[in-house]
Design a protein around this ligand. Structure first.
Ligand SMILES: Cc1ncc(COP(=O)(O)O)c(C=O)c1O
Length: 462
C-alpha cells in the first residue's frame, strides 16, 4: 500500500532537502509525514512507471476501463484535459447546457465553437431530465462538423442519460462522446446503480472519487477506452494538472481502490439501507423522498438511488427544509433549490445517520401545514448567441449594472448558485426574458454570480 510505504519512508530517518517546505515536521494532526514530492522510488504521476503506474492499472481494472488517470485537481482538471484532447482548437462541439462550469472554461480555453443542447426539465420539479438521444441525433445530422459531444450523467440530482444510445449515435456521426460522470464514481460497484458511462461506450469519462466514495477532496479519475485518446489525455494532463501532485491525495486514491476491491458486502448493506429509507419515507404526507417519482418521468432514462431528492410539494421551499434540518437537527444537506433539497449519501453512511434523517423528516412532515408555499424553479433558456465564448472574453469590455444591459452582449458568465449552471455565457445576448428571470430569482433569495465582479455588475462587450 502506498500509504504504508510513505509511512515507512517517514520513519526511515532520511532528512528531506527537498520540497515541501514543512519537511514533514509539523505536529498538527495533518498528514505531513506522508506529504512528499517525487523522490526516487515514488514514481512520477506525469510519466508513471512504478507504484503510480500500478495504481492507475488497478483503477482501470476496477472501473472497467482500458486506461485510468489518477487526478489530484478534481474532475475539473480531467474535464479541461479531456475537452482539449478530444476537440481541435476552434472546432465545433455540442454541449449539454446543464454542464459544469469546467466544461465552459474548456470551451473558452480551446476557443471552441460550442452549440448547446438544453435538456428538458422534469415536469413541475425544475430538475433537468436526461439528455435525449433523439435530440443529439438531430443536432449531429444537421451539423456534421460537430466532432465532440459533452454531457453530464448523472446530474447533481442523480438523473442519468442513456449513454449507450448516445454513444452509438455519436459514433455513427463521427463524433466522440465525453461524459462528465463526476457524481457517478460509485456506479460500477453495485447492480442497484446504473451502468457506468465507460461501460456504455463513452470514449472518455471523468469520475470524482471524492464526491461519492471514501477518498479525499480533489481526488478523481479520468477514464478512457482507446489507446490514441489515452496518449492525448496524458499530454493534456501535463498541461493542466499540477507538476507537484500531492502524495497524500494519491495515497487516498490508492486506499479508496483497495476499499473498492473488497467492497461488495459494504455496498450491499448500503443499497439495503437506501431501500429501507425509501420505504419508510413512504409514510410521509407532505414531503416525498422518492427516486420513483423521477424515474417514472418519461424524459428520465434512469436515476441514481444514492441521491436523496427530498421534494417539499409546496409545504415549504427546499431552502427552508435545509435550514430546519441544519438548525433543529444538526443535519447538513448538500444543497437546496426551488421545491426540493438534496441529501448526498455514500457507502460510508451509517444506519444511525439514516435513522436520524428519517426521524427528522417525519417530525418536520408532521408539523407541515396544508398552505401552498411553492417556490420558483430556475427557468433555463438558451439566449441568442453573437460570439463564441473565446471571442467574447477576448473582446474589450465594460462593466455596467445588469439592469441597464438589455440587448447588450455579455462578456461574463451569469449563473445561479446552486447549482451553478450558467443562464448566460460570454457572447450571448442579455435579453428581456433572462433579465426578468434573474430579478425574480434574486428576489426569492438565490445567489447570482458573475465572474468579473459582484452581481448586479456585469461585464459586457463595449
Ligand atoms: C457535474 C459536475 N462536474 C464536475 C464537477 C467538478 O468536480 P471536482 O470538484 O471534482 O473538480 C462538479 C463539482 O461539483 C460537478 O458537480
Amino acid at each position: 500500500m502506498l500509504s504504508e510505504k510513505l509511512k515507512d519512508y517517514a520513519n526511515s530517518g532520511v532528512y528531506p532537502f527537498h520540497m515541501p517546505g514543512h519537511k514533514r515536521t509539523a505536529e498538527s494532526g495533518l498528514p505531513y509525514d506522508i506529504d512528499i514530492t517525487e523522490i526516487d522510488g515514488f514514481d512520477n504521476l506525469h510519466e508513471p512507471q512504478g507504484c503510480l503506474a500500478q495504481l492507475q492499472e488497478n483503477a482501470a481494472e476496477l472501473f472497467c476501463s482500458r486506461y485510468a488517470f489518477a487526478l489530484v485537481n478534481g474532475s475539473t482538471v480531467g474535464i479541461l484535459a479531456a475537452v482539449r484532447a478530444m476537440a481541435k482548437e476552434g472546432g465545433r462541439v455540442l454541449i449539454a447546457r446543464n454542464c459544469h462550469m469546467a466544461v465552459y472554461h474548456a470551451v473558452e480555453l480551446c476557443r471552441l465553437d460550442a452549440e448547446y443542447l438544453l435538456p428538458e426539465t422534469v415536469d413541475g420539479l425544475g430538475i433537468f431530465a436526461s439528455v435525449s438521444p433523439e435530440a443529439i441525433e438531430q443536432r449531429l445530422k444537421a451539423n456534421p462538423e460537430i466532432s465532440l459531444v459533452v454531457i453530464t450523467s448523472p446530474t447533481y440530482e442523480g438523473v442519468v442519460s442513456d449513454v449507450k444510445r448516445i454513444s452509438e449515435i455519436c459514433h455513427r456521426y463521427g463524433a466522440k462522446l465525453f461524459v462528465d460522470e463526476a457524481h457517478g464514481a460509485h456506479f460500477p460497484f453495485s447492480d442497484r446503480f446504473p451502468q457506468s458511462a465507460i461501460q456504455c461506450g463513452a470514449d472518455a469519462a471523468v469520475v470524482s472519487l471524492h464526491k461519492t466514495l471514501p477518498a479525499m477532496t480533489q481526488t478523481a479519475l479520468l477514464l478512457a477506452n482507446s489507446n490514441d485518446l489515452a496518449g492525448e489525455l496524458k499530454r493534456q494532463l501535463s498541461v493542466f494538472e499540477t507538476s507537484s501532485p500531492s502524495y497524500v491525495l494519491l495515497a487516498s486514491i490508492d486506499r479508496c481502490l483497495d476499499f473498492l476491491r473488497h467492497s461488495r458486502d459494504t455496498f450491499d448493506a448500503y443499497t439495503k439501507r437506501l431501500t429501507k429509507l425509501y420505504e419508510a419515507a413512504g409514510s410521509l404526507r407532505h414531503l416525498t423522498v422518492s427516486y420513483d417519482r423521477l424515474a417514472a418521468c418519461e424524459n428520465v432514462f434512469d436515476v441514481d438511488i444514492g441521491k436523496l431528492c427530498i421534494f417539499c410539494n409546496g409545504s415549504m421551499s427546499g431552502k427552508a427544509l435545509m435550514e430546519i434540518l441544519r438548525s433543529d437537527y444538526q443535519i447538513e444537506l448538500e444543497m437546496a433549490l426551488g421545491d426540493y433539497a438534496l441529501a448526498m449519501t455514500s457507502v460510508c453512511d451509517t444506519d444511525e445517520g439514516f435513522d436520524r434523517l428519517l426521524n427528522a423528516l417525519k417530525e418536520i412532515d408532521n408539523r407541515c401545514d396544508d398552505a401552498d408555499h411553492s417556490s420558483n424553479n430556475i427557468p433555463y433558456s438558451l439566449p441568442q448567441r453573437r460570439f463564441t465564448i473565446g471571442e467574447a472574453v477576448n473582446a474589450d469590455g465594460e462593466m455596467i449594472d445588469i439592469s441597464n444591459a438589455e440587448g447588450k452582449t455579455s462578456r461574463d458568465y451569469v449563473r445561479v448558485y446552486p447549482p451553478g449552471i450558467p443562464m448566460i455565457v460570454p457572447g450571448e445576448v442579455i435579453d428581456r426574458d433572462v433579465l426578468s428571470q434573474l430579478r425574480a430569482l434574486e428576489a426569492s433569495g438565490n445567489e447570482i454570480l458573475t465572474d468579473s465582479s459582484a452581481f448586479p455588475l456585469i461585464s459586457i462587450i463595449g
